[in-house]
Design a protein around this ligand. Structure first.
Ligand code: UD1
Ligand code: CA
Length: 470
């Protein structure tokens, strides 16, 4: 157990413009693993059990606030406050905007909205170093520290942080840099923020200047050095965003492999949401999982599948190039089912055990009972399909009359031939057979053969037209 620390209030800085993203979208709303950068930071902070969160917005403030408010109200009941920083006069100025809404007691944890991969354990360790009364700085050694604030020590003791642009050549040799994350008693933070000046090379109010005030006041300053750069890397450009995305996915891939999941190539595996895998799952290359996906025991996923919001039961096989998207309704694939290659399962597809869905078959909002098969070139929409039904190649449910959607019920053991159009609403009685090429508009009785197409005619000794001689 970690020791009980003071109440923690988080300040997340997210007012910067993010010019180098070259995008209309505010930087902190760019997606990493399917979630906005800022959402990663907020989710991690939530996981610490903090008391409240203050988001400092500026560029694209309204858009950022709307996006975050929505996410938070969906997931948790959290005390989230927004403050605006306009214009942006530096990181110290950003935190100054939060002062009026920060309770005097407790500890403030300062995070950056564009540093998405910081982990809860790292923050817990920093809060423990802070222990309610110290200024605790998260630092890291950078092979190339250009641009960052340097941690200046006398012996071991931290003296100040000097920004790159203000640093002497000797200070620029220092590799230990400030990551942008700190924790400190809020009462002290407020005193020190009030003393900030902008008499530096960038005419900005530097948050990092509070370190020298702490030292001058004899307040303890501790530096907590992490060895894990990925956690403290910021996103400033599309290249950095892609690098962090790969780093994140690779970590996730390794965690899955440690659990026993067989990934054909951990570098070609993407989870943009939450994936749950039972024992002996194997996943081939280039698969993407989005939203909530669960894979049961022994499930095999072929190459190049995109699977979103779906539950795949034990022993099912998803062949290559299959697209499954349950959106809000979800998709379920029963035990031992065979799906694809090139299948498409849409919201509300509920497939029972041993169902077979083959190439170029689309299923939407339909329930297929155990053992039903649609193996080639078919569409099932708004249908209830009984056990062991065989749905022929090229057959479709015509579920939409241009205004409304209608149901098709295909009872157990029906055999629908190829190229049939089932004009809904329609019920095909159990055990019936539908002749190929039929367009059915009326219900069919159980056990009957139903054919609805022009009768075949053969004209004997038919002579084909001849090419005319000119
Ligand atoms: C800051 C630190 C530097 C550290 C670096 C780590 C200061 C003065 N310097 O550098 O020591 O090594 O972070 O990345 O704090 N922001 C605002 N309002 C502003 C300015 C910035 O909200 O007026 C936000 C940005 O959106 C960003 C964060 O603060 O999320 C850091 O800003 P950035 O300009 O990237 O950092 P630096 O000031 O260069
Ligand atoms: Ca800056």
């Amino acid at each position: 157990m970690t020791q009980k620390v003071e109440a923690v209030d988080v300040v997340i800085m997210a007012a910067g413009k993010g010019t180098r993203m070259k995008s209309k979208l505010p930087k902190v709303l760019h997606l990493l693993a399917g979630r906005p950068l800022l959402q990663h930071v907020m989710d991690t902070a939530c996981g610490l059990g903090v008391r409240s969160m203050v988001l400092v917005t500026g560029h694209g403030a309204a858009e950022v606030e709307t996006a975050c408010g929505r996410q938070v109200s969906e997931s948790t009941h959290f005390d989230l406050k927004f403050v605006r920083q306009e214009p942006q006069l530096g990181t110290g100025h950003a935190v100054q905007q939060a002062v009026p809404v920060l309770p005097e007691d407790g500890v403030t944890l300062i995070l950056n909205g564009d540093v998405p991969l910081i982990e809860a354990d790292t923050l817990r360790a920093l809060l423990q170093e802070c222990a309610g009364d110290k200024l605790a700085l998260l630092t890291v050694d950078m092979p190339d520290p250009t641009g960052y604030g340097r941690i200046v020590r006398a012996g071991d003791v931290v003296q100040t942080i000097v920004e790159h642009k203000d640093a002497t050549p000797a200070q620029r040799e220092i590799r230990e840099i400030y990551t942008g994350v700190m924790a400190l008693p809020t009462a002290r933070l407020k005193q020190w923020l009030a003393r900030l000046r902008n008499d530096n090379s960038q005419a900005e109010f530097y948050l990092t200047d509070i370190v020298k005030f702490a030292v001058a006041d004899g307040a303890p300053v501790v530096a907590c050095k992490t060895a894990d750069r990925v956690q403290v890397d910021g996103v400033n450009s599309p290249v950095q965003l892609a690098e962090l995305e790969r780093a994140y996915q690779l970590r996730l891939a390794k965690r899955f492999m440690e659990q026993g999941v067989r990934l054909a190539d951990p570098a070609r595996f993407d989870v943009r949401g939450e994936l749950l895998c039972a024992q002996d799952v194997s996943i081939d290359v280039n698969c993407i999982f989005e939203g909530q996906v669960s894979l049961g025991e022994d499930v095999r996923i072929g190459a190049n599948c995109v699977i979103a919001n779906a539950s795949i039961e034990a022993g099912a096989v998803i062949h290559p190039f299959t697209h499954i998207d349950g959106e809000r309704l979800g998709v379920s694939v029963g035990e031992g089912a065979l799906i694809g290659p090139f299948a498409r399962l849409r919201p509300g597809a509920r497939l029972g055990a041993e169902v077979h869905i083959g190439n170029f078959v689309e299923v939407k909002n339909s329930t297929l009972a155990r053992g039903a098969k649609a193996n080639h070139l078919a569409y099932l929409g708004d249908a209830i399909v009984g056990e062991r039904v065989n749905f022929g190649a090229g057959s479709i449910t015509a579920n939409y009359d241009g205004a409304n959607k209608h149901r098709t019920v295909i009872e157990a053991d029906v055999h629908v031939g190829s190229n049939c159009v089932l004009v809904a609403p329609l019920t095909l009685g159990a055990g019936g057979t539908v002749g190929g090429g039929s367009t059915l508009t009326k219900d069919t009785p159980a056990g009957a053969l139903s054919v609805a197409r022009g009768k075949q005619v053969s004209i004997a000794n038919w002579s084909r037209p001849q090419k005319s001689k000119s």
